[in-house]
Write a protein that binds this ligand. Structure first.
Ligand code: ADP
Ligand code: MG
Length: 606
């Protein structure tokens, strides 16, 4: 229930609507009540037992005053125009009451819709904001599909379970209370009986609710697994086909899918139990009322007249639907709470990479990036060991080494995608933990091995580098990146949509767009992580030219696979198993005749 109440807090901005909803619900209930109690004089007229009142007490808000005045009115009509006229009067009154009852019901729902969708929308936005703000390390543990499922199916579940229960939550308790008060007014003795039966039914209902919540938890997390598989399958479709693995992949999917089916069948069965069970329970209560009430009428003690008793049963029968929907709301809320908990897990995730209280601003890179005694591990195994390194302003520094030696990790630490625990990364003598993260990232431009582009126009993809740039600036950046010409050849030029992560472009074209993006950002520090590794020789040349344009008059950290591309670097740093084993210029390192020479020979040989 804790999770449910937390979701309820999201209703706060919509309290005005909630107020209107409650207002119309109360009107709805009052109109229902009046239209149903009308059955008492109706029967009284039919059976000729209608009580005649000639001198009613003054009209007021007490039940007896209203009743006496109304009876006086009917008495008046009977005496003036006859019983049939009175009957017509009562019928028309019932019709009018029903009309207003339904009008109010609609208006209540009308004001509920913005709450329902608003809460889900706010939750969705909060989730997205949180997910984007979380550090990369969070996502190595959580699978993509799991997060997708939390953002989609769990939200839908909240909308359908919790939000659709809101109506009942606002309406049914009121409904039940008002109807119960009326019942007490008609016959306190009989009503006492009914109230005693409530806790017993409540207990049975709670048991089912708890068990529903558990099944729902399982179902939602299974859905996450399924979405993960779908996501992997879609992005790996090329490989699945090439390796003829359709069958194997589908088998795996079928298994998960069947698991999900079984969980959901169990869940549905439990949920479906709720309605027949509450119906049976309410019938039991009803029979008890009929037996006990019937006895009261037959005893002829005058405490309950037959038409009052029928009116009582009519009102009582109206009490059953809200009681039933209140219990199903309870079930729904239990079911939705599981989803709410999953969403809260993300909202509560600790973001350990954040600005310190007195984070300093930095708007300019003045002298150097320094790493001091830096040791870093993702889990338990150290990936970088005791690194000491200085990168001076204006230098081009190359990081080389075998795959897995920690080059990318080192670059990630400079842009503070991860925090170091031992040692320091300093920019201009200041530990980057004490600098504002946005400021640090503003100083850096990054081009990776796999170009990360978005399903949007070419223009917007480049614009990401500097959202306030003009069209001229975007074009200029594209020209420097050797991208302008091929962009013009695409269907709609800069407005061409490049498809999901740029599938409509070749590897080299994608990479040149990423470079244009970095050029537009115009950062003083540039990080190129194997920016040309995945390209063929021809596009590598075009991209390399673009990169050389980009690197001019900047501080660059270049991670390169092909050593031919970094021979002119001011400093080459050789990493081996997380340690700096050698550094110097290309010629110095060749003379040294150690690690670098070995790597170099290996590449020239092949
Ligand atoms: P390089 O870029 O030199 O090929 P990386 O810096 O990517 O090497 O990786 C260095 C080591 O860290 C590798 O052994 C790799 O398995 C490990 N590693 C990289 N990223 C992660 C991660 N997100 N979680 C755990 N281990 C990682
Ligand atoms: Mg790497």
């Amino acid at each position: 229930m804790k999770d449910f109440f937390r979701i309820l807090k999201y209703v706060k901005p919509y309290l005005g609507y909630a107020g209107l909803n409650i207002f119309f619900n109360i009107l709805n209930i009052l109109f229902s009540l009046v239209s149903i109690t009308m059955i008492i004089p109706f029967l009284g007229l039919l059976f000729g037992t209608q009580e005649k009142v000639y001198n009613p007490q003054e009209l007021g808000f007490s039940a007896s005053a209203i009743k006496e005045n109304f009876y006086a009115l009917i008495t008046n009509i009977i005496d003036d125009k006859g019983k049939v006229e009175a009957l017509i009067f009562v019928c028309v009154l019932i019709l009018v009451m029903f009309f207003f009852r339904n009008l109010c019901r609609y208006l209540a729902l009308y004001f509920l819709s913005p709450i329902r969708n608003g809460v889900v929308c706010d939750l969705r936005n909060d989730l997205n904001k949180k997910i984007i703000s979380l550090p990369l390390s969070f996502f190595t543990e959580k699978r993509k599909g799991d997060i997708t499922s939390r953002m989609t199916t769990d939200l839908v579940e909240i909308e359908w379970s919790i939000m659709s229960s809101l109506e009942m939550f606002f309406k049914d308790p009121l409904n039940i209370i008002i109807f119960l008060i009326t019942l007490i007014i008609i016959s306190p003795k009989l009503t006492l009986f009914v109230v005693i039966l409530f806790p017993i039914t409540g207990f049975l209902i709670a048991i089912i609710g708890k068990s529903l919540k558990k099944s729902s938890e399982k179902g939602q997390s299974k859905m996450g697994d399924l979405l993960s598989i779908i996501d992997e399958n879609l992005s790996g479709l090329r490989i699945i086909k090439a390796f003829d693995a359709e069958e194997m992949i589908h088998k795996k999917f079928e298994k998960e899918s069947a698991d999900y089916r079984n969980i959901m069948t169990r869940l549905l069965r439990k949920k479906d139990l709720s309605s027949p069970m509450s119906e049976f329970l309410s019938t039991v209560v009803m029979i008890v009322v009929m037996w006990f009430g019937g006895k009261l009428v037959l005893s002829g003690s005058g405490t309950l007249s037959p038409e009052e008793f029928i009116g009582y049963i009519a009102i009582f029968s109206q009490l059953i639907p809200p009681a039933k929907s209140f219990t199903s709301a309870y079930y729904f809320i239990q079911k939705g709470s599981a989803s709410a908990a999953r969403i809260h897990e993300i909202l509560d995730a600790e973001n350990d990479i954040k600005d310190t209280e007195n984070a300093k601003t930095i708007s300019e890179f003045k002298s150097e990036i320094k790493m001091e005694n830096l040791t870093f591990s993702y889990e338990n195994i150290a990936v970088l060991k005791n690194i000491n390194l200085t990168i001076c302003k204006g230098e081009t520094v190359a990081l080389v080494g075998q795959s897995g030696s920690g080059k990318s990790t080192l670059a990630d630490l400079i842009s503070r995608f991860y925090d170091v625990k031992t040692g320091e990364v300093k920019i201009d003598g200041e530990n980057i933990k004490n600098l504002k993260i946005v400021d640090v990232r503003k100083l850096m431009g990054i081009v990776n091995q796999e170009s990360i582009l978005f399903n949007d126009s070419i223009y917007n993809n480049i614009l990401l580098g500097n959202p306030i740039a003009t069209m001229q600036e975007v074009e200029k950046a594209a020209k420097v990146a050797n991208a302008h010409d091929f962009i013009l050849k695409t269907e709609n030029g800069y407005d061409t949509n490049i498809g999901d992560s740029g599938v409509k472009l070749s590897g080299g074209q994608k990479q040149r767009l990423s470079i244009a993006r970095a050029i537009l950002k115009n950062p003083p520090i540039l990080i190129l992580d194997e920016a040309t590794s995945s390209l063929d020789t021809e596009s590598e040349k075009l991209v390399q030219d673009a990169l050389n344009n980009l690197m001019q008059s900047r501080t660059s950290i270049v991670i390169a696979h092909r050593l031919s591309t970094i021979q002119n670097a001011d400093k080459i740093i050789v990493l081996h198993e997380g340690k700096v084993v050698e550094y110097g210029t290309h010629n110095e390192l060749l003379v040294n005749n150690k690690h670098y020479k070995k790597l170099y020979d290996l590449q020239n040989f092949s």
